[in-house]
Each structure stands twice: as structure tokens, then as C-alpha cells.
Design a protein. Sequence first.
Length: 269
Amino acid sequence: MAAELGRLTPRDRLLLDLLDQHRTFTTDQLVDLAFGSVGRARNRLNTLHDRDILDRFRHYQRPGSQAWRWTLGPVGAALLAAGRGKPLPRPAAVRDATARLAMSPTLTHLLTMNGFFVALTAHARAHPGTRLVRWWNEARCREACGNLVRPDGHGVWADNGRAVSFWVEVDLGTETLSRVVGKLGGYAALPPRRAYPVLFWLPTAARETNVHAHLRRVGLPDGVTVATATATADPRGPAGPVWRVAGHRDRVSLAELPAPMTDGVPWDG
């Protein structure tokens, strides 16, 4: 481990922090987060894998090969623990955690959620004046919201001086509409300083149409703003003019969403 400390680059440390917070990314997601080319990414990721700093897994599929899903390896997890003054995890425990993640029924949901924020990060790298100021995972959101609601993610997006905070709910089309929309009651119970727009990231245009139809039938809780978009709506991704605010037909960009007064100084929890 001591030898590895001197071989880690700032980008390697960034990868370790990201994987520690968000558990797993595909190769393409890591390209967008930290590299400029697929070739450079693969070379470095493979090197870190060979040194047990990173681990990886993928499922069999036919035809072709599924993209690698990257996680912390035993040495990477130990380096993070040492840096925080915590007991070093046993290599077998780290491997077991990776195996459980690989077989988790929520893996697709996690990768979709991470992909949302990766797309914003990639957009910011290509567009000066924009920045993903904050990116919280589900666990961090749960700490902030208590038992009121369990967002999948939280972020603050800045675009040329305007900052918009938001909650994210990833929908894969596996839940009933009443259950999806029923989550809004929890957001209505949050204190006003946390009354950020709730973004539903949906799988298809048909699902989005059905969500809005359901919202018109049941109505929105007081004080809750909802906006929806689909992953395929615009090549610019979630930063672009893909968001349809409930009760409106026109689409707006992420930076144009209604923002509470507190966005002048984003809340830090």
C-alpha cells in the first residue's frame, strides 16, 4: 500500500472518491467523468485493475460483450480507509461487496442514476460557464431528508450565474404510476429551504405522457414542482431543453427550471 500511494495520480484519487461515493460506473461513464478518450481510459483502468486498486465485473450477453462495471478493488478500498484513519477492510470483504453489487436487482437503477449525473459532468466539461456544483447519492439524500422521502439523487446545476437545486427520481417503468406520483407527498413535507424541483428521469416518451396524465388527475401537492424528461429526448442530455414542468407544455433546460429563493446560496445540509 505504501508503494501505491506514490503511484496514484490526482485522477486516480478522483476515481477512488467517485467509486467510494457512487459504487460503480461503466467504462464509458468513467471516460466522460475523468478521461478524454476511450483508449486512455481503458489503459489506465486496466493498469489500476492489475494492481487491485480497482475491480470490475460484467454479465454475459449475446451478441457482443457487456461493458465493464468498475468498482473499488481491495487495495483501493484500503487506501481510502487508511486516509480516513479507519480499519483496513479485508480483501475478501471487498470482493464480497463487489459480488453482491454485481447480482443486485437495483444495479440498473444505480447505473441509470449515475449516468444522469455523469451526463451533466460531461456537458460541463464541454461548455464553459456550466458546472455540476453538487452531486449526492441516495445515502446522502437519506441522511438529509430523514424518513420524509428517499430521493435517488440530489444536485445543484450552475449555468452562467444561475444555480438550480433539484431532487432526482429515476423511473425504469417498473412501478405503478400511483406509486411513482405518491412519492411527492414526502417532498411536500420537506422544509421550505429544501423545496427543490423534483425531476423524474423516465425511460420512454409514452411513460412521460402517462405520468403527466396521472398528475392532472390527482393534482400536485402544495409547494411541489415536478418536471419530467426521458433519457433519449435530446443529445445534450439532462442539461438541455428536455424538461417538461407539470402543468406546462413547453420544455425548458435544467437551468431554466423554477428555483426557490434559497438557490442564491445553495443549501449544504
